[in-house]
Design a protein. Structure first.
Length: 49
């Protein structure tokens, strides 16, 4: 927990860095969601055959 708290404090240190981290989290989340949807679509189409 202490390590996470200190890392969070460092991230909060600069607004610019904080914004970059937020954008990276958003991009990563979006990419993961899209890949999950693609996997689900491919799996469901395979099941129909």
């Amino acid at each position: 927990m202490i390590l996470c708290d200190s890392a969070y404090t460092i991230i909060q240190g600069t607004d610019k860095f904080n914004r970059i981290i937020n954008v990276m989290y958003l991009l990563t989340g979006t990419i993961l969601m899209i890949s999950n949807i693609i996997d689900w679509t491919l799996n469901s189409s395979d099941n129909e055959k």
